[in-house]
Write a protein that binds this ligand. Structure first.
Ligand code: ADP
Ligand code: MG
Length: 271
C-alpha cells in the first residue's frame, strides 16, 4: 500500500464473559484508516461499535486478532505500554460531554494541562481552539458552555499533541441537528489539518454523510462498507457475507442454492 495506515485491525474478535454467559461482541472485524480521513463506524445499538473503538484506541485488548496503531502493534503490549501509546498516538472523545471535561477547571486550564502532558505548546492550544471556534471560550468552565461547545472543547483536547488517530464514540448523540453538522465538519477539519485518522462511531445518517468511509457493523461483523458513496457488502477472509435482515428473511430455513455465472461473475442465491 502506498499510503501508510494510521490504524489497522484485522480479524478482531472480542468475547466478553458476562454473568449471563459469553457475549461475542466482535466476530472477526477488519478496519483500516488513512491519515487525513474520516471513518464512520455505523450500526445499531449493541452491534459492537464501542467495543471496536476501545480496541483500536488501545484502551482494551481483543480476544484475538491484530491491531496496529501509528505503526505499532498493540498485541502483547503491557497496560503501561498501551497507556504510553495512547498518550502519544490516540485522542479520544466520549459520548457524554461530562466524561470528556473536568467540571471545575476552565477550558483553557484543562487544555493547557493536557497540552503539557502530551508535549503540545500553548500556541497549539490557541490555534486548535481557534480552528474549532472556541477561541473566546477558554476562560469558561464546562457548565457555562453549551453541549456543542463542550464537545468542541473535547475535540481540541483529543487533538493536542498531534495523535495519529482521533476516536470519537457517538460524539453527537446529545446534540441537535445544527450542532451535529458543525461538529462533523470540524472533525473533518481536524483530520485534514492534523493529518490524523478520525474514527467516529454513530448511528446518525447525518454523521455518516460527513465520513469518507463508512463501515456498517451488525451483530459484531462488518456487513458492508461505503467508499465514495458506493456501498458494497464485505466478504470476510473465510468467504462469509452477512445478509441484511430484510434479505435474510427471504431464506427462512437459512439454506440456499448458489448459482455461479462465470460469464458475468454473478452469484444468484436461491431458497
Ligand atoms: P454498541 O456500541 O454498538 O452499542 P457495544 O460494543 O457497546 O455496542 O456492545 C456490543 C455487545 O457487547 C453488546 O451485546 C453488549 O451488551 C456487549 N458488551 C459490551 N461491553 C460489555 C462488557 N463489558 N461485558 C459484557 N458484555 C458487553
Ligand atoms: Mg456504543
Amino acid at each position: 500500500m502506498s499510503v501508510e495506515l494510521a490504524l489497522s485491525a484485522s480479524a478482531v474478535i472480542k468475547v466478553y464473559e458476562a454473568e449471563k454467559g459469553i457475549v461475542q461482541a466482535l466476530r472477526g472485524v477488519d478496519v483500516a484508516a488513512r491519515p487525513g480521513s474520516v471513518t464512520a463506524i455505523a450500526g445499531p445499538s449493541g452491534s459492537g461499535k464501542s467495543t471496536l473503538l476501545r480496541i483500536i484506541a488501545a484502551i482494551d485488548v481483543p480476544t484475538a486478532g491484530d491491531v496496529t496503531v501509528a505503526g505499532v502493534s498493540v498485541s502483547g503490549m503491557s497496560p503501561r505500554d498501551r497507556r504510553t501509546l495512547r498518550r502519544r498516538s490516540v485522542g479520544y472523545v466520549h459520548q457524554q460531554p461530562t466524561d470528556n471535561l473536568l467540571p471545575d477547571l476552565t477550558i483553557g486550564e484543562q487544555l493547557t494541562l493536557v497540552a503539557n502532558h502530551r508535549g503540545a505548546s500553548p500556541a497549539d492550544v490557541e490555534r486548535l481552539a481557534d480552528l474549532l471556534g472556541l477561541g473566546g471560550r477558554l476562560s469558561h468552565v464546562p457548565g457555562e458552555m453549551s453541549g456543542g461547545e463542550q464537545q468542541r472543547a473535547a475535540m481540541v483536547r483529543a487533538s493536542l499533541g498531534d495523535p495519529s488517530v482521533i476516536i470519537a464514540d457517538e460524539p453527537t448523540a446529545e446534540l441537535d441537528s445544527a450542532t451535529t453538522d458543525a461538529v462533523c465538519e470540524l472533525l473533518g477539519d481536524i483530520a485534514r489539518d492534523r493529518d490524523a485518522a478520525v474514527v467516529i462511531a454513530t448511528h446518525d445518517p447525518q454523521v455518516m454523510q460527513a465520513a469518507d468511509h463508512i463501515l456498517f457493523l451488525r451483530d459484531g461483523a462488518v456487513q458492508s462498507e461505503t467508499f465514495e458513496g458506493v456501498e458494497r457488502a464485505v466478504i470476510d477472509s473465510t468467504g462469509r457475507i452477512q445478509l441484511p435482515p430484510e434479505v435474510l428473511a427471504w431464506y427462512p430455513d437459512q439454506r440456499v442454492r448458489l448459482e455461479f455465472d462465470p460469464e458475468t461473475n454473478t452469484i444468484v442465491i436461491k431458497p
